[in-house]
Design a protein around this ligand. Structure first.
Ligand SMILES: Cc1cc2nc3c(=O)[nH]c(=O)nc-3n(C[C@H](O)[C@H](O)[C@H](O)COP(=O)(O)OP(=O)(O)OC[C@H]3O[C@@H](n4cnc5c(N)ncnc54)[C@H](O)[C@@H]3O)c2cc1C
Length: 471
């Protein structure tokens, strides 16, 4: 018997359950919109949770002023109640004012709790594979997703918030993208987590060789809950000399939970070419590097003898892929110049952090002296009226993306996009005819324009939710 084709309607469709998508869905639902969240993998939390990131970064500016509040802060607060984070702690390598270590599994569970409390409908293992636009191409009418149980389903949303990291909905809708990425896309990495690390000897080595670590580093105690180390160049050189490590690196980043004997290593790295996003070849190269890194750590790093591979990122970590062409584009000058924006929905302050695929170290780090505004217009599709982006794929230049892509800022743009989507849907309902008002669950994508919402009202809504910098 042929399988029945399932069709769903929703007011707000959020695609991707990473940092931006969780914030967007929670906010849209809490702001009164019927909200559906679809996620290709079997879990929520995205890159931060499942690619084992060292910590969530970007909650404070260099002076220690908090720049991310709202849902991002609520997630940290809930996670802290469960013991899954110490909260915001000083950055012991002096790169930024604060960092926010997270236990990845507990983070994912806490985000799920918030989604449930907000009343978000969630579809896991559901990948968006096609988008149908209106005749003039200016609205997203239908989104097709592949599910394990029901094959292809069709979703008819009033507004779509693309939080897929790769701007999948924009691509499938034929939208335009920034074109500066082909010259200098960031490299891909596969983060790994070690267990069985003895931090006593490791910290003794660090204290005896401070020049092997980033200037300004503070080395904690083996009894500490968390520490952050950046360097290891001399030990890496030994690994290269002996042929244990096959790719060039002059530094690595280690985020440790000493009392648990755990350490996340950010060390592997390879180039990607456009179109490599899901590339198996890249993964195979990085998998080889992961095993070389474990062997090197056991052999050359003091305290590493009993280390074992406890976990590995669930997919290749892509720092930068497609960036949308929005109604405005955030540039490097906006970021380092602390540019103010009348339509600000929040702030960022993380340094411009650009990794070079070919070089052995960071290619470019530029400090951001104070916070900059994030304009609402960088979330809004230029040519499609019912489509927003949030997270790392918002409308920025390559350089500005080096700051905006950080997870605290992804929470901020996600929250703003979710709130804007809810307001756009409500505006449609209240400005429509009596029929459309009464039928406001049956969405009508043609009547929604996320670019025409009252930005002052959006900013007030965000401030009432604890967001920071929505003027
Ligand atoms: C190696 C590496 C190290 C990093 N280190 C740090 C760090 O230490 N601290 C920090 O704050 N940031 C760090 N970053 C940056 C940061 O992790 C990302 O920019 C950020 O997590 C992006 O969040 P997001 O919500 O935009 O996307 P993601 O968290 O990537 O979420 C996107 C979600 O969309 C889903 N999806 C994709 N396509 C589809 C589809 N077709 N249908 C349905 N769902 C889909 C994905 O499965 C995923 O769950 C690092 C990034 C990398 C790659």
């Amino acid at each position: 018997m042929p399988r029945q084709h399932i069709q769903q309607t929703t007011q707000v469709l959020v695609v991707g359950a990473g940092s931006a998508g969780v914030a967007a869905a929670v906010t849209a639902a809490e702001s009164g919109a019927q909200t559906l969240l679809v996620e290709a993998s079997g879990h929520v939390g995205g890159t931060l949770a499942r690619q084992l990131l060292e910590h969530s970064a970007g909650f404070h500016d260099t002076a220690g002023n908090q720049v991310t509040g709202g849902v991002g802060q609520r997630i940290v607060t809930l996670l802290r109640e469960y013991g899954g984070t110490p909260g915001h702690i000083p950055d012991d390598v002096a790169y930024t004012a604060s960092r926010t270590p997270v236990n990845h599994a507990e983070l994912s569970m806490c985000e799920a709790i918030l989604l449930r409390r907000a009343g978000v409908r969630l579809l896991l293992h559901t990948a968006v594979v096609d988008v149908g636009t209106g005749a003039d191409g200016r609205t997203v009418q239908e989104v097709t997703a592949e599910t394990p149980g029901h094959g292809r389903i069709t979703i008819r949303p009033a507004v779509v918030v693309d939080c897929s990291g790769d701007a999948v909905v924009f691509a499938l809708a034929g939208a335009a993208f920034q074109d500066d990425q082909l010259r200098a896309t960031q490299p891909a990495s596969l983060l790994l987590k070690l267990g069985g690390v003895d931090f006593g000897p490791l910290l003794e080595y660090a204290r005896a060789h401070p020049d092997d670590f980033r200037p300004g580093s503070r080395f904690g105690e083996a009894s500490n809950d968390h520490l952050n180390m950046w360097g290891f160049g001399k030990l890496l050189a030994r690994g290269h000399d002996k042929g244990v490590l096959s790719w060039p690196r002059t530094e690595l980043h280690l985020a440790g939970w000493p009392s648990r004997g755990e350490a996340v290593l950010n060390l592997t790295r390879t180039r990607t070419a456009p179109g490599d996003l899901g590339g198996g070849e890249v993964y195979l190269q990085l998998a080889q590097q992961v095993m070389e890194a474990v062997a090197w750590f056991r052999e050359y790093v003091p305290g590493g003898r009993r280390a074992y591979l406890a976990d590995v990122a669930d997919r290749t970590g892509v720092r930068e892929s497609r960036r949308i062409l929005g109604r405005a584009t955030l540039t490097r000058d906006d970021v380092v110049g602390a540019r103010r924006a009348a339509d600000s929905i929040g702030q960022g302050a993380f340094p411009i952090d650009i990794h070079d695929a070919a070089a052995a170290g960071l290619s470019h780090t530029e400090s951001v002296p104070t916070s900059y505004d994030i304009p609402y217009s960088i979330l809004v599709a230029r040519d499609i009226t019912n489509l927003l982006a949030a997270g790392r794929c918002v409308s920025t230049t390559h350089e500005a993306n080096g700051s905006v892509r950080i997870t605290a800022t992804c929470f901020t743009t996600g929250e703003a996009a979710g709130a804007a989507a809810a307001l756009a849907v409500r505006d449609r309902a209240t400005t429509g005819t009596a029929d459309t008002v009464s039928a406001n669950i049956g969405p009508d994508a043609d009547s929604v324009d996320v670019g025409s919402i009252d930005v002052a009202e959006l900013q007030a809504l965000l401030r009432s939710r604890g967001a920071i910098g929505a003027r």
